[in-house]
Design a protein around this ligand. Structure first.
Ligand code: SAM
Length: 217
């Protein structure tokens, strides 16, 4: 896969204007967002829009989230380099690629098999070798590889998915949009204090496509 080097200048502008100016300060997150070529994850013909700060359509009626939201959710996960992370909602694979630049291992689950396949192929072509993708219902997580240091859900759930809470390590963080169907959700961060003790913080209002499935809509 050929990565267009001239896009680096747009990526730098995105980091300054859309991320740093809006309060993203975690150096590892900023570096990862500067490393991953977002133009390769958007639909053909939309590359020139890749570094604008809004979501863009991918196939199957889904979206690649806006750069600021990817950075904000990633920062909210409070990651370290030895962490193992589970992402629910692979979509284009962009957020998984960003996560993979920060942590040791990323697992990602996508409900739409065609999206899972194309994201997997794209990430392999780009040389990201610490990401595994599975097609399936991510509202139930991916228990085989858990427990996880952090879990991020990139689709809106009706309530905190219990299966995902159970797949967190002690001190693990779950960041997930929770709220009403196809309207505003609240981005929340749940933290596992001990076996059955969790704290939940509200971070900000967000708008995501629905999380479908057993613990989704
Ligand atoms: N993280 C993606 C990226 O970087 O391109 C954007 C994700 S998009 C906003 C939300 C994704 O969640 C869609 O691809 C959708 O198919 C997926 N999704 C919805 N319900 C799901 C479920 N139960 N399990 C896994 N993926 C699901």
């Amino acid at each position: 896969m050929i990565v267009d080097k001239s896009m680096a200048v747009h990526r730098e502008r995105m980091i300054k204007e859309h991320l740093i100016a809006r309060g993203i300060s975690d150096e590892a997150v900023l570096k990862a967002m500067g490393d991953v070529p977002r133009e390769v994850f958007v639909m053909e013909g939309e590359e020139r829009l890749a570094y604008e700060d809004y979501p863009l359509p991918i196939s199957h009626g889904q979206t690649i989230s806006q750069p600021y939201m990817v950075a904000y959710m990633t920062e909210s996960l409070e990651l370290s380099s030895e962490d193992t992370v589970l992402e629910i909602g692979t979509g284009s694979g962009y957020a998984a690629a960003v996560l993979s630049r920060i942590v040791k291992k990323v697992y990602s689950v996508e409900r739409i098999a065609e999206l899972a396949t194309s994201a997997r192929q794209r990430l392999i072509k780009l040389g990201y070798d610490n990401i595994e993708i599975m097609a399936g219902d991510g509202s139930l997580g991916w228990p085989e590889h858990g427990p996880y240091d952090a879990i991020v859900v990139t689709a809106g759930a009706p309530e905190l998915p219990k299966a995902l809470l159970q797949q967190l390590k002690v001190s693990g963080r779950l960041v997930v949009p929770v709220g009403s169907y196809q309207t505003l959700q609240m981005l929340v961060r749940a933290r596992r204090k001990s076996g059955s003790d969790f704290t939940v913080e509200e971070l900000c209002a967000v708008r995501f496509v629905p999380l479908y499935g057993a613990e989704g809509w």
